[in-house]
Design a protein. Structure first.
Length: 134
C-alpha cells in the first residue's frame, strides 16, 4: 500500500533530517497499524513492539507521567500503546489489553483516544471485531 511504502521510505532514508527518533517511531507504529488493518497480526505486533522499544530507548525507560494528543511528539507513543492494546484484545489476551488500556488512561487523562469505550467493551464481553466504533 502507499502508506506502507511511505513508512518504509522514512525508515530506509538514513540521510533524511526527518529520520529523528520521533519519525522512526511514527513509521514503525504506522507499519503496525497498516498490518493490523490487513489482519496480519504477526507483522503488526512486530512493528508495534519495535516502536515500543524505540520509545523505551527515547525515554530511557522512564516514561513520562502524561502524554497529550495535542502534542505531536506524544502521538507516536499513544498510537503505539493503543495498537498494542488492540492487538492483545484481538488475540483475546484481555489481561494484557486491559493493562495497556489502563496505562493509556493514566498517561492521557483526557482520554482523547476513547480508551474507556474499549474497556467497556471488554467488560461487556464484546469481541473486538464486533465493535461498531472501530
Amino acid at each position: 500500500t502507499k502508506a506502507e511504502e511511505h513508512f518504509r521510505e522514512i525508515l530506509n532514508n538514513e540521510d533524511s533530517p526527518q529520520n529523528s527518533a520521533y519519525c522512526s517511531i511514527e513509521a514503525h507504529a504506522g507499519l503496525g497499524a497498516t498490518n493490523l488493518r490487513h489482519k496480519d497480526l504477526f507483522e503488526s505486533n512486530r512493528w508495534y513492539m519495535e516502536a515500543y522499544y524505540l520509545l523505551d530507548q527515547l525515554y530511557q525507560a522512564k516514561w513520562p507521567d502524561r502524554l497529550e494528543w495535542k502534542k505531536l511528539e506524544d502521538r507516536a507513543a499513544l498510537r503505539t500503546l493503543i495498537g498494542l492494546a488492540h492487538l492483545a484484545y484481538i488475540k483475546k489476551d484481555h489481561i494484557r489489553a486491559r493493562s495497556f488500556y489502563n496505562r493509556l488512561l493514566k498517561l492521557d487523562h483526557r482520554d482523547e483516544l476513547g480508551v474507556r469505550r474499549f474497556l467497556d467493551a471488554l467488560d461487556s464481553g464484546t469481541q473486538f471485531q464486533d465493535l461498531e466504533f472501530f
